[in-house]
Structure formats: C-alpha cells, structure tokens
Design a protein around this ligand. Structure first.
Ligand code: ADP
Ligand code: ZN
Ligand code: ZN
Length: 644
C-alpha cells in the first residue's frame, strides 16, 4: 500500500497507479482482473496517514482520489520511474533532529509573552486556537517561540502561509533561528526542489519544520505537533481550479486531528467563520492589541471622490489629498504604497461613438487593455488580441479607455511625480518568484520610492519606511457581486493599511471611494473588527449565509448554452425534490462562458446540523442520474464545497 505500480489500461496503454488497498475480494460487475506490469517502489511513496487524509479530502470536497493524488505528489514522482524514496537526501543533509539553533529567537515583549502563555494555556483545553493580533504586533515572533517549544519536544511543525506571502523575508527570519531544520515548500519551486522536500519528509531524517503553501498539508508527516496557519482569513488557501477544490486551513485541522497536533490560526482580521467558532467556544481565542514598539495604527482619511470628480478636482485617479500626502512623503525621503485591485491599463476599451466594447470570443467577458504589451487580454482564458485602430462596428477612431488598472496608475504617477522612482507589483510584473522578490527587495532597500500594486502588496510584508498608503478605489472590491464582498474589502484594506507607519511615526492612509457613507468604511477607518463582524453576521443571519449554514456550489459546463441550461434545470428540479428551498438557481454566473464552455451554477445551502455525508450522497446520486439522461451527453458537472 502506498507504492506506485504500472498497470495496463485498455488495449495498449500503460499507466502509473498508486496502490491504495491490498485485498483478495473479487470485484463486482464482472471486471476482468489484469496483472500489474511492475512495482515501481521498494518502499511506499505515500504513507497510510496521507491516504487517510486524502480519502477524507476526496469525500468532503467531492472529487476523485486521483485528483488529490495529482495535487499532492510532485510531478516527477508521479509519472517517471525513479529511485527509492529513501535514497538521496538522508545522508547528504545533516541530521535535522540533532542540529542546533545558528541564532536565538528574539525576546518576546510583555504583551507577546502574555499572548504566548495564553496560547499554550488554551491548547490544554482546545485543539484549535485563534490568535487575533493586530498587524505588526509580532505574531511571527510568537510563532517562532512556539515552534521552538515543539521542536525541542521532538515534534514536527507545519507553518502555512498563503502563496504570495511566502517570501524570502519570512524564510530568512525562520532560517536564522532554525537553520537546517527548516524545509520550504513553495509551488513556484521547481519540481526537482519540491520532490526533494517530499522525499526528505519520507526519509529517516525529515525536516522538523515545514514552511509552506497550501499543498504542504498533503506532505507526509510522521510526528506533527503543531500547525500554524498564518493569515488564516486568506481566500487563496482555497484551491479554485482544478479539483481538489480544498481549503488548506480546513484540511490542516483534519490533518492535525489525525496526528494529535494543535492548530494555531493567526491573523489581524479573522474570517467570519473562524471568529464565529471562537465566539461559540469551539476554538480558543487569544487577542494581541499592542503593536510592537507601540507603533500607532495609521490614521485613515476617507476621500469622497464622487464629489471631487463632479468638481473636476481629480487628476486622473488622484485626489488633492492623496497627491499632497505623496509629495510630503517624498520630500521627507519616505516611501509610499499605492493599492489598486486591478491589473492592466484599463478595465476595458469602448467606442465613444457607438459604445462597442471588445470582448473575448471564447469567454463572456470584456477584454482588458495592457499598454506595455500593446494588447487586449482576456483575464479568464488568457487569450490576447490586438487593439483595433478603429471601431469595427461604426469605423470611428474614438476608442476610449474605461477604468483604472495598475499600469495606468503608474503612467499617471510618472506625470504627477516625474522625479520619483516607481515600481509596480502585479501578476504581469511579478510572474516568477524571482521577479516578485526583486521588487520587494528593491522597495525594502529603498531603491524605489513608490510601489504600486494589487493585493500582492498587502501580504505579510514588513517595510520600515512607508509613511503613506493610498487606496485608489475601494469601490471595485465593495461592488463585487458576492455575499462576502464587504468582509473581503475589510480584510484587504486593513492589511494594506497595516503597511503604513514607522517606529515613532503614525502612518497615513488615504482611502478614496464613492461610498464614503457606508458603515463598512467607518469600520475600516476605526480598525473596528467587532462592528464589521456584528454587521456582517446580521446580514448572514438574515439571508442565510455561512457561517450560519453551509454552501456547496454545483457547476455545469457544456459547449452548448441551451444544453447547459437544460441540464441545470433538470438537476435543480431533481434536487429541489429532496432539498426544497435549500436549492437556489440554476443561475448564469457573472461570466457565464469561459474557454468556449457555457456555465451554469446551482447553489446548495444546508443547515450546519445536516449530515455532510448524506448531503453529498444525495448530490452525487443526482449527478449520476443526470449524466445517464441522453440529453446530458457532454455535460461536465463538478462541485465546489465551502466556496470562498
Ligand atoms: P506580525 O506578524 O504581527 O505582523 P511581525 O512579527 O512581523 O508582526 O513583527 C513586526 C516587526 O516587529 C518585525 O520587523 C519584527 O522583527 C519586529 N518585532 C516584533 N516583535 C519583536 C521582538 N520581540 N523583538 C524584536 N523585534 C520584534
Ligand atoms: Zn463604434
Ligand atoms: Zn477568454
């Protein structure tokens, strides 16, 4: 069990497969049993504990075990013939369990020490504890002390970070204390690097600490004592595409339960789900309200850009208050972060004469203009188009750019502050880990004055000379058609704002919006998590949304829109028979055609006291029934459990 084998498949194909069970039961259904071709491993490449977790994952998230296997195993362990997992690293690397610390951990201040003690106390009675600590309170220092305790007791620790928060900054902070005991598992690593970590974890001398992204919950662990989920509110912990659409925070809780380990969820802005669990006593709760160095929280100034636009006092995306704050910061030799949650130059292009908007031919969405590359790009399928010289509909030459992307902000900054050194961080400029780290390092070492970026600039970065943060357009997030959009805006803006401020100096945040009167904006201004939580929970209660119920989204894809609709109607009707009003839809999602496939969505809401297993069984049965209908030929139905 846990070894790979090669197996015959069909008439002539050979596949690599994983042995998940060894038995002598005859298969039902009259299958012909074939011989294995060969055994690829002398020792298992997957432990039985991993298989248990993966089975849970495939059942809970309603996908196949093979899909979990694909996500969990580095590619070159999957397909090719390879030497035994025990070889390679065990001897070359120093014995992890014997190594000493290269530097001591920093001494905790009194607040951190108190939080540390509260956490260890909480672990006596709770398997899961939420650490709610304001930005820059030194949560990472507390993690380091906790890790130290577990490592000394001979336990393994898993430290999870969202993909883009896993920077050299954090790796170095940990490496300084834990040296060779630390293994890093990053999805941007080469396959060879990931494989070497994977194999090391299987070997006799695994890393004692794994600092890693989402997929590291799927690694082999032998004696896990603690899991830290930093920035636990981050939605990127949830895998969207492809299956398994799993949530690494939730999986880590199952992993920890399996291994008798504790879980610490850390964040400045807990997600409503985790906070609710803490409030209802199911998680321990520890709060840290002091920032290190007594650094004060930034002052947030709300600027009503609707009024300023009317008065024609905006210069591009910049209000007078923001321009003034930037120029003051630059004069003092301080740095500025500008946040705009949209990449590219403009959101879309439009003919001024007839209103024509270029759209993707494969997806039901308008194209984004990228000026540097001189192309229109579909942000859903990636297809690029040339920018037409004239409108193909009315042949006018008046194409205009609507909406502000980071590229356009950069252009405007060059016009407003020609002297300033500017860099931009988004999916276009930071494609690789190297590019990403270069941008961060240049900004940290003050080679650049202004950093413009998307959400990427908000993640776990610790800069010491930023006095101003500008949020150019809070509305693009607030207006997303999603029940979590206010909560999400709060998370992102509180995190971005947290980048402002230096020792002994209060930072300044300029928040530009057309919705200045919304209560959620005052929550952000006052750093008032509690009010945000109370307001959002009231809405969730009223409309029946998580954490007060559970959601499963069902997606149906078909090349033909009418077929997609027919299948969706059929499935929804079938499901209403068992779930009644708990079935919503089918609906067309905001982007209802992607990659030439038409999409439909059905929402299943179920009370938290329903048996998840029974709900899943009914859903899988309904899917099975649908796919047996002649009209359903070619439809693809998949599930997104606990969508974020
Ligand atoms: P958080 O994770 O809560 O955002 P960090 O752990 O990154 O906060 O701490 C913010 C900054 O303060 C970091 O530069 C960190 O090194 C420093 N810091 C925090 N606590 C201490 C401490 N006890 N001793 C020395 N420096 C500290
Ligand atoms: Zn036109
Ligand atoms: Zn497209």
């Amino acid at each position: 069990m846990g070894c790979r084998v090669t197996v015959p498949f069909g008439a002539s194909k050979t596949y690599t497969a994983l042995v998940v069970d060894v038995h002598d039961r005859k298969p039902d259904g009259g299958y012909v049993v074939k011989e294995l071709i060969s055994l690829m491993d002398e020792r298992p490449v997957v432990t039985s504990a991993q298989l248990t977790l993966w089975n849970w994952l495939s059942q809970y998230y309603m996908c196949s075990l093979g899909e979990v296997f694909k996500a969990a195993i580095p590619t070159n362990l999957r397909l090719r013939e390879q030497p035994s997992a025990q070889s390679g690293h065990g001897t070359a690397c120093p014995d992890a369990f014997a190594a000493d610390m290269p530097a001591p951990a920093k001494q905790l201040n009194e607040y951190q020490q108190k939080a540390y003690e509260e956490i260890t106390h909480s672990f006596l009675g709770n398997d899961i504890t939420l650490l709610h600590g304001v930005t820059s309170s030194g949560k990472t220092e507390i993690y380091i002390h906790l890790i130290n305790t577990y490592v000394r007791a001979g336990k393994q620790v898993l430290y999870l970070l969202p993909e883009i928060a896993l920077t050299t900054q954090i790796t170095e902070r940990l490496r300084r204390v834990f040296g060779d005991r630390l293994g890093v598992y990053h999805s941007k690593f080469t396959d060879k690097e990931r494989r070497s970590v994977y194999e090391r974890q299987l070997s006799g001398s695994p890393y004692q600490i794994i600092l890693g992204v989402r997929s590291s919950v799927l690694l082999p662990f032998r004696d896990l004592g603690l899991v830290i989920v930093d920035e636990e509110h981050e939605t990127s912990y949830k895998q969207q595409e492809p299956a398994p659409r799993y949530h690494a925070r939730n999986c880590s809780i199952i992993l920890a339960r399996q291994q008798n380990a504790k879980v610490l969820l850390g964040t400045a802005t807990p997600c409503l789900e985790s906070y609710h669990m803490a409030q209802t006593g199911r998680y321990g709760y520890v709060q840290l309200t002091h920032r290190y160095h007594d650094m004060r929280l930034p002052e947030v100034e709300v600027v009503d850009i609707a009024r300023l636009h009317k008065q024609k006092r905006m210069r591009g995306a910049f209000s007078p208050a923001l321009t003034e704050a930037i120029s003051q910061a630059l004069e003092q030799g301080e740095q500025v972060i500008l946040f705009q949650n949209r990449r590219g130059f403009s959101s879309y292009v439009q003919c001024r004469n007839c209103g024509w908007v270029p759209r993707c031919e494969r997806c039901d969405v308008s194209l984004t203009y990228h000026k540097r590359q001189g192309v229109l790009t579909c942000h859903y399928c990636g297809k690029q188009y040339t920018l037409p010289q004239q409108c193909p509909q009315c042949e006018e030459h008046q194409l205009t750019y609507i909406g502000l992307g980071t590229e356009r902000i950069e252009d405007q900054i060059h016009t407003l502050f020609p002297e300033a050194k500017v860099s931009r961080m988004d999916l276009d400029t930071a494609k690789t880990r190297k590019e990403y780290e270069e941008i961060i390092n240049d900004f940290s070492s003050h080679k650049c004055d202004i950093l413009i970026g998307t959400q990427m600039v908000s993640k776990g970065l610790d800069f010491d000379n930023v006095s101003v943060v500008g949020i150019l357009d809070a509305d693009s997030m607030l207006n997303l058609p999603d029940f979590r959009s206010y909560e999400r805006t709060y998370h992102v803006l509180a995190q971005v704002a947290g980048r402002a401020g230096r020792q002994h100096h209060t930072g300044k945040v300029i928040l530009q919006t057309r919705n200045a009167e919304l209560p959620i904006i005052s929550c952000i201004v006052n750093n008032d998590y509690t009010s945000m939580h109370t307001m959002q929970m009231a809405e969730r209660r009223l409309f029946g949304y998580p954490p007060l119920c559970r959601l499963i989204y069902i997606y149906l894809k078909h090349r033909d829109a009418a077929r997609a609709e027919q299948c969706a109607q059929h499935l929804a009707t079938r499901l209403r028979a068992s779930f009644g009003d708990n079935i919503l839809g089918p609906d067309r999602p905001p982007v209802s055609r992607i990659h030439s496939m038409s999409l439909r969505k059905i929402i299943v809401k179920h009370p938290t006291n329903y048996s998840p297993a029974k709900v899943r069984e009914a859903l899988l049965q309904a899917r099975q029934d649908l796919t047996e209908q002649p009209f359903a030929n070619g439809v693809n139905v998949y599930f997104d459990v606990d969508p974020v």
